[in-house]
Design a protein around this ligand. Structure first.
Ligand code: NDP
Ligand code: 2IT
Length: 444
């Protein structure tokens, strides 16, 4: 049996209750076949793939907190420290009721290759909790965050593990967690990124994932002689990544006609108004049903359905497995040219295959959304030198990182005979550096 198949079979057997993790590993290992086949003996000898698919460690803990009625609630907290071959563990904290170990293992595993692609020295990790910030008061969110950090602080450090935001974890949550870390340790350290600008955060980190997605998209389109300006774009999601993807796409001359949240989606024929979206989501923390109150030409639909809309470019920016085979068929039938993932693993494996087989350019999340974590690493650099760079300086660096990732994916795919397959390109380009470092550092 081929080495990849042996390891895949073992991952499936050992992690049978973690379908998202199996999905992520399957995508990565399948596309690493060309490079693994070329180095099979060397990799087998050091158990490279077996080590790569097993996290360095998984930490789980109880998170008790008191709600506004005085009742004690208990959530489960996690940190998955997946791989630190090329730098300290780095990756976000997800707060969502669907969080369980399988989700965080898939995200931590993806993060290894994503972080390597940034060309910055960061390893892969992820964490979070099944806590749902929606519908909670600020005081409840604060008490949860303080309790979460009271355990997490033992396992993180500026050269050890540096968490950040993800779904459900934004500026408010990072602030409460940072405050609690400082209170426990008396240390003013770079142990979180996505911090507020008044206490060590980087300019442009808020915008970075969405902006980076567009810089990457624009570069891949350019490599294929397609101009982004004038194109119609569909975005899903209405959170951090979606909002700044819509803003940058609009600045670059495209028209974004959709966005969505977990209850429904909006079609705005005049182009989504980012200021309105920010008011609804960032200020009021409200539902998208409100959008049509500000924009009478817009239509609100209950449930899922963004991908029925005709578009040139699709940017899934909400969550995993939100773009299914039937959606891929709709996109192809409507003449879509490219799908670029702002979220992590938003496209199912069969949908990805269908899109690629039908000539749709496909930018996988670990490349396309790497701008967020790249800018987090820039925040760590600024903290280390106790300086802060201007918005323009960070944005410039972000642009060149994303252009570089696009070229590296393109070249790696070409080198291994899969020209234009950016899934193969991203996985191989991300894997190479991690594999080298793991081999050089011996068996551990
Ligand atoms: P936010 O919490 O800011 O926004 C998430 C958005 O997706 C919301 O509109 C939310 O709707 C929607 N959503 C979340 N879960 C579901 C679900 N199960 N079904 C339908 N809609 C859902 O998160 P981010 O924008 O930060 O993250 C979005 C995606 O991007 C995630 O996959 C994340 O891992 C990825 N990512 C984030 C980065 C970052 O820097 N923040 C960096 C790289 C990737 P509702 O509010 O109704 O729940
Ligand atoms: O999925 C991701 O890359 C993130 N949520 C950002 C992680 C980070 O450390 O900035």
């Amino acid at each position: 049996m081929a080495y990849v198949d042996e390891v895949l079979a073992s991952v499936k057997a050992k992690n049978a209750n973690e379908p998202e993790f199996i999905q992520a590993v399957t995508e990565v290992l399948d596309s690493l076949r060309p490079i693994v086949d070329a180095h099979e003996e060397e990799y087998r000898k050091v158990g490279l793939l077996e080590r790569l698919v097993e996290p360095d460690r998984v930490i789980t803990f109880r998170v008790p907190w008191t709600d506004d009625n005085g009742n004690v609630q208990v959530n489960r907290g996690y940190r998955v420290q997946f791989n630190n071959a090329i730098g300290p563990y780095k990756g976000g904290l997800r707060l969502h009721p669907t969080v369980y170990l399988g989700i965080l293992k898939f995200l931590g595993f993806e993060q290894i290759f994503k972080n390597s692609l940034t060309s910055l020295p960061i390893g892969g990790g992820k964490g979070g909790s099944d806590f749902d910030p929606k519908g909670k008061s600020d005081a409840e969110v604060m008490r949860f965050c303080q309790s979460f950090m009271t355990e997490l602080y033992k396992y993180i450090g500026p050269d050890e593990d540096v968490p950040a935001g993800d779904i459900g974890t934004g500026a408010r949550e990072i602030g409460y967690m940072y405050g609690q870390y400082k209170r426990i340790t008396s240390q003013y350290q770079s142990i979180l990124t996505g911090k507020g600008l008044s206490y060590g955060g980087s300019l442009a980190r808020t915008q970075a994932t969405g902006y980076g997605l567009l810089y990457f998209t624009q570069e891949i389109l350019k490599l294929n002689n397609i101009d982004l300006a004038g194109k119609t774009v569909c975005v899903s999601g209405a959170g951090n990544v979606a909002i700044y993807a819509i803003q940058k796409a609009t600045q670059l001359g495209a028209k974004v006609v959709t966005c969505s949240d977990s209850t429904g989606w909006v079609y705005d024929p005049d182009g989504i108004d980012v200021a309105v979206l920010q008011e609804i989501k960032e200020v009021k923390r409200a539902r998208l049903t409100e959008y049509k109150n500000y924009r009478p030409n817009a239509v609100y639909h209950e449930g899922r359905g963004v991908w029925v809309t005709k578009c040139d470019i699709a940017l899934p920016c909400a969550t995993q497995n939100e773009l299914l085979l039937e959606d891929a068929k709709n996109l192809v039938a409507n003449g879509c040219l490219g799908v670029f993932e702002g979220a992590n693993m938003p496209t199912t494996l069969d949908a990805t295959k269908y899109l690629q087989e039908n000539g749709v350019l496909f930018g996988p999340g670990k490349a396309a959304n790497a701008g967020g974590v790249a800018t987090s690493a820039l925040e760590m650099s600024q903290n280390a030198e106790r300086l802060s760079w201007s918005f323009e300086e960070v944005d410039q660096k972000l642009q060149s990182i994303m252009v570089n990732i696009a070229h590296n994916c393109d070249e790696a795919a070409r080198k291994y005979g899969h020209e234009g397959d950016y899934v193969v390109g991203a996985n191989i380009a991300g894997f190479e550096k991690v594999a080298d470092a793991m081999i050089a550092q011996g068996v551990y």
